[in-house]
Design a protein around this ligand. Structure first.
Ligand code: BES
Ligand code: ZN
Length: 473
């Protein structure tokens, strides 16, 4: 087969120069179109934004259709639609599935933004908006690289798009969809929704934590009671709630105390721990970033504790009087939102069972409670000897001039492990966010330089993949 050499250059350096020239020529349009994408407030968790999320899905579908030449459809779900697209040259060519999300986190606290979150603004070489880095800006660079490589250069690859609007709420609709529908046969999935250590030090994410998220409500007296008249004679639901939370997690050892919780956790090899240590930020930088000294699990470094070890966090906690001054009551109810980050080979449903059993065992007779499981996702790990890892490595090295590191990410992209399972193929996490992008926080931004680097790297990756395939057939 000699198709590649007819349509593209046979030298990756030359190809990279072509991408760069193409990007520079179209930069203005690419950025303006991204601004349009970012100006749609697609906040999935808040029903007030429902119409905006739907509008965003339609925007994306039409963009892929009109500007990228894909045949697209919106797949309706119980929740927000899946934007599906196909760009198929020939079924025998290598096929890549692109996953990304068009939903974003809520923008609050609004008063801490220097410019409004849905009025994308360019300053200091970055674009500021909710979703600029997570994930609209990164999805944009994938789309643009494909637009160049596949549409304009006719690089011999097939592309499938699978883009969802519920990642930030745990991907319930896409999970259900994947459980019921087969996906087309592909070679690899590609995702840009992670970050790299710095502009000069690229990396490839080889590990993601899973998640299991809960809310516990405990009801106490029929109404708020006078704490002098009744205190000591009834069980205070807030006291019980904090007791339960304290039983789950031991602050001194940093360990989760639910029986059997660690049963399925795989320990990293010494070699992997050495690799992981290379990505550890210096403690001063960590403290500067968080405003706190590190607090690690016993027996592990703080970087290990936040990447390859499970963790427990209370995400919200409320009960009783919160107004000014004091009020002597026993509150009628107490509530907590909490979640666990999980690591290979933990399974979130198994963990949810353990949590349920444990909490039930701590609730005294006669106390009414409800444990609500919001969502979950399993952890993911890519084998370092994956041929796709090696192609991605070359693409980053060519573009950045520096060899990328394998990265162990503490965050979650809940659908990734299911995607790997359902396609029986690797999921490659080629991210371009920076630790300073302030994702999920006020003043989220994405460096324009990283937008360009991303397009160059992904474009190069596609080229290497097409040639790799060709050399194998
Ligand atoms: N893009 C992030 C995951 C991420 C975070 C990658 C930090 C790299 C660095 C993703 O959109 C995200 O925030 N996921 C949520 C999932 C949850 C809501 C189910 C997370 O990890 O909290
Ligand atoms: Zn994301």
């Amino acid at each position: 087969m000699n198709q590649t050499s007819n349509t593209t250059t046979s030298n990756p350096h030359h190809w990279l120069e072509q991408i760069t020239r193409w990007y520079e020529k179209h930069e203005h349009t690419i950025i303006n179109e991204l601004r349009e994408f970012l100006s749609i407030p697609s906040v999935s968790t808040d029903s007030r934004f429902r119409d905006d999320v739907l509008e965003c899905a339609t925007f994306l579908k039409e963009y892929l259709q009109d500007k990228v030449g894909a045949s697209t459809k919106l797949i309706p779900t119980q929740g927000f639609p899946i934007v599906y697209g196909e760009l198929i040259h020939n079924p025998r060519l290598p096929s890549i599935l692109i996953y990304g999300h068009y939903d974003v986190q809520p923008p609050d606290p609004l008063d801490q933004w220097n410019t409004p979150p849905f009025d994308p603004t360019i300053r200091n070489g970055a674009i500021y908006a909710r979703g600029a880095s997570d994930d609209k800006g990164q999805l944009w660079l994938l789309i643009q690289a494909i637009r160049f490589a596949i549409r304009e250069q006719q690089l011999p690859c097939n592309i499938y798009f699978l883009l969802e609007g519920e990642e930030e709420i745990g991907s319930p609709a896409l999970t259900a969809y994947l459980q019921e529908h087969a996906l087309p046969a592909i070679d690899v999935s590609l995702v840009s929704d992670t970050s790299i250590p710095s502009e000069n030090q690229p990396g490839i994410t080889v590990s993601l934590r899973g998640i299991a998220y809960f809310q516990l409500d405990i009801w106490g007296p029929a109404r708020d009671l006078h704490s002098g008249v009744y205190g000591g004679a009834v069980l205070n639901p807030a006291t019980l709630l904090t007791h339960i939370l304290n039983q789950i997690y031991d602050i001194h050892s940093g360990k989760i105390q639910i029986p059997n919780f660690y049963n399925d956790v795989i320990e990293l090899t010494t070699q992997e721990r050495t690799l992981l240590a290379k990505g550890t930020p210096p403690p001063e930088a960590f403290q500067q970033d968080t405003g706190l000294p590190p607090h690690a699990e016993q027996g592990y470094t703080y970087h290990e504790s936040r990447t390859i070890r499970p963790s427990f966090d209370i995400n919200g906690l409320w009960s009783g009087y919160q107004g000014e001054g004091s009020k002597t009551i026993i509150p009628a109810s107490a509530h907590a939102k909490f979640s666990f980050r999980l690591v290979p080979n933990q399974n979130w449903q198994t963990i949810a069972q353990l949590v349920q059993t444990f909490i039930q065992s701590l609730i005294p007779n006669g106390i009414r409670y409800k444990l609500h499981t919001f969502h979950g996702g399993n952890p993911y790990r890519l084998p370092l000897n994956s041929p796709y890892y090696q192609l991605a490595e070359q693409a980053y090295a060519l573009t950045f001039g520096t060899q990328p590191l394998p990265l162990y990410e503490g965050g979650s992209i809940p659908i990734v492990s299911l995607l790997a399972e359902r396609t029986q193929r690797d999921v490659l996490l080629m991210g371009f966010g920076l630790p300073t992008d302030q994702i999920h926080a006020p003043n989220e931004h994405f460096k324009l330089h990283m937008l360009k680097r991303g397009i160059q790297t992904i474009g190069t990756f596609l080229y290497l993949l097409a040639h790799h395939h060709e050399s194998q057939t």
